[in-house]
Design a protein around this ligand. Structure first.
Ligand code: SF4
Ligand code: MG
Length: 335
């Protein structure tokens, strides 16, 4: 299958106090039509920046220095601003953690939805309105006709997120990028929203790139998972393999810090000692060596590359490169 999106060895840099800071380096992954790929890592690991680069939303201080972002036949790092605006909202949509940042407080829900639909689907106002109501019903909003007349602040967080999903999916995008879409919501609503995304995905074969720090959400939703640490991909695998046989010490640490998948997402990533290095002061060698229980001298000096350990399973670690076999440290396993 030809991937829908192919991110190829990108490097993203930001201008800060007239110096250039590299925030994401050597990041590669692909997304197939209709699949859900989860991107997981602690805050500051580069997962949001990577998604913003796909949408052409790095802002004036940020840029993709190296690599390609292939979407169909086009390299999104090279297309015009006009073209990326067309793609955004039509072929690629994005939903964020806090829908208030993307909903305009001074317009009604109906106004905002109708404008978007008119613009992207070239519908007349009457058809656009009917379609907007239909989309609101689809995402489970009761009294959709009345909600159309409300302003965003009058709705609950869960309702606003549903509106955002309705807007994002109205144009049947090929790719939906969802950055922490349910983090601000309570667990019940969270489950409903994820379920809803899956249903709508099946209807239109939309691929989803789900960005989260929450491994529980990943386990329930993703087909494949990319684990990021300090601006790089450290492991990639299908969701079953990743949970069953995490190979990178960082991924193993993440897994070990899940008490039960249902609980407290905020605490999950807290049990790996130390913190993510600042992008201004990346350690030499393996970027995880300052926190890794297995670090050797080589790890401090030489940077490992992301390599296949088996088909579809990639790891960036000297240990797996050397023996290829080690699994979870607390469950030694002979192979
Ligand atoms: Fe740990 Fe070394 Fe592997 Fe880095 S390369 S994760 S420091 S063992
Ligand atoms: Mg983020």
């Amino acid at each position: 299958m030809k991937p829908l999106l192919e991110v190829n060895q990108i490097q993203i840099a930001f201008e800060s106090d007239s110096e250039e800071v590299i925030s994401v380096e050597e990041v590669s992954f692909s997304v197939n039509p209709g699949e859900t790929i989860g991107i997981v890592g602690e805050s500051g690991c580069g997962k949001s920046v990577t998604s913003l680069s796909i949408m052409g939303l790095l802002g004036k201080n940020g840029k993709v220095n190296k690599g390609q972002i292939l979407f169909g036949e086009e390299d999104l790092t090279k297309v015009s601003n006009q073209r990326i605006r067309d793609i955004r909202g039509n072929e690629i949509s994005m939903i964020f953690q806090e829908p208030m940042t993307s909903l305009n407080p001074v317009f009604t829900i109906g106004n905002q939805m109708i404008e978007g639909i008119k613009l992207h689907l070239k519908m007349n106002p009457k058809a656009a309105k009917e379609y907007a109501v239909e989309m609101l019903k689809k995402v489970g909003i009761p009294r959709a006709n009345e909600i159309m007349k409300e302003y965003p602040h009058a709705l609950s967080g869960g309702m606003r997120q549903r509106v955002m999903i309705a807007m994002a999916l109205a144009c049947k995008p090929k790719l939906l990028i969802a950055d922490e879409p349910t983090t601000a919501l309570d667990v019940t609503i969270q489950a409903q929203i994820l379920e809803l995304m899956k249903t709508l995905q099946k209807e239109s074969n939309t691929a989803i790139m789900l960005i989260t720090h929450d491994l529980g959400v990943i386990a329930e939703t993703a087909d494949r998972v990319i684990v990021m640490y300090a601006g790089q991909v450290v492991e990639e695998a299908d969701v079953f393999t990743l949970f069953k046989e995490p190979k990178h010490p960082y991924t193993q640490g993440l897994m070990a810090s899940i008490p039960h998948l249902e609980y407290e997402s905020e605490q999950r990533l807290a049990s790996i000692p130390g913190s993510v290095p600042s992008i201004k002061h990346m350690p030499a060698g393996c970027r995880f060596h300052t926190r890794c229980p297995y670090a050797t001298e080589r790890c401090e000096q030489e940077q490992p590359r992301l390599k296949d350990v088996q088909a579809g399973h990639k790891v960036r670690c000297w240990l797996t490169e050397e023996d290829g076999l080690r699994t979870n440290s607390d469950q030694p396993k002979e192979e």
